[in-house]
Design a protein around this ligand. Structure first.
Ligand SMILES: NC(=O)c1ccc[n+]([C@@H]2O[C@H](COP(=O)([O-])OP(=O)(O)OC[C@H]3O[C@@H](n4cnc5c(N)ncnc54)[C@H](OP(=O)(O)O)[C@@H]3O)[C@@H](O)[C@H]2O)c1
Length: 244
């Protein structure tokens, strides 16, 4: 078996949950360009197929981060995972006063429980030089008061989880990527005008004067995968959004 240096993705196998869109797709494209073999995971076959084409070739697998069984099934046919990246999951927002707490907790199910199940299923296949990147977010440090309280809980929980897992599974490295606003299909749920208004408003407030691009977040994720001394870290990439 070839032992890879953590600094090289060449011939490695990178599994990206959420790799069919947005940040995950950009990460898969960037890892592929560095010579990695890619598996992308999501819930929708057509999105996976079209993403595999834009990546220039990738294995695909269907799973829902809210379903432990479907996550475990992904790894049945995978013998080695050099890097596990979890960028999947939706947005389950709403003010507590107006929302069913059970629906809001879907956020925790997908992000925290989903990450736990995926790590548990993958870990025996990850070599000592491998790593894991979990998805956090700016809400961990910058609450909005705008119906994102359970999302903030999930973002902060992921950080605590990653640090503990890094100690449990050492020397496998575990890091968190923590983006601010990024221009992805995630915001399509707000409708064309709602999406444009939300993102324009966010850009207005940000010190950099614009929202982020998926490839910029992917760059930061590739850094976490390939720098062998990065561990237990939360890498913020938010245009300064935590401070405004
Ligand atoms: N965009 C931002 O501004 C931003 C900021 C901070 C954090 N984040 C987080 O970053 C992650 C990726 O966001 P994105 O902006 O790249 O969104 P996106 O473009 O909508 O991509 C989401 C990806 O996750 C998959 N997915 C969604 N729900 C899933 C589930 N339950 N199980 C498995 N896969 C699922 C989607 O495919 P299917 O729908 O086909 O499953 C898709 O591949 C999300 O967790 C989001 O909360 C985003």
């Amino acid at each position: 078996m070839t032992i890879l240096s953590p600094t090289s993705l060449h011939d490695s196998h990178v599994v990206v949950f959420g790799g069919s869109s947005g940040i995950g797709l950009a990460t898969a494209i960037a890892a592929k360009a560095k010579g990695a073999n890619i598996t992308i995971v999501g819930r929708t076959l057509e999105k996976l197929q079209s993403a595999a084409d834009s990546i220039g070739g990738a294995q695909t697998a269907m799973a829902d981060l809210a379903s432990r069984q479907s996550i475990e099934a992904v790894f049945d046919s995978i013998s080695r995972v050099d890097h596990l990246v979890i960028t999947g999951g939706g947005v389950h927002a709403g003010k507590l006063a107006d929302s069913d707490p059970g629906r809001l907790l879907t956020e925790v199910n997908e992000h925290i429980a989903g990450s736990l199940y995926a790590v548990k299923a993958a870990i025996s296949r990850i070599p000592p030089t491998g790593s894991i990147v979990l998805m956090g977010g700016q809400l961990s440090d910058r609450p909005s008061g705008n119906g994102t309280s359970v999302m903030a809980l999930a973002c902060r929980g992921i950080e605590a989880l990653a640090r503990s897992l890094a100690l449990e599974f050492k020397p496998i490295r575990v890091n968190v990527i923590s983006p601010g606003f990024v221009d992805t299909p995630l915001y399509d749920a707000f409708g064309k005008e709602g999406r444009a208004a939300l993102l324009a408003q966010a850009a207005d407030v940000l010190p950099v004067g614009r929202i982020g691009r998926p490839d910029e977040i992917a760059d930061a994720i590739i850094f976490l995968l390939t720098n062998g001394y990065m561990n237990c870290e939360v890498l913020h990439i938010d245009g300064g959004g935590r401070f405004v």
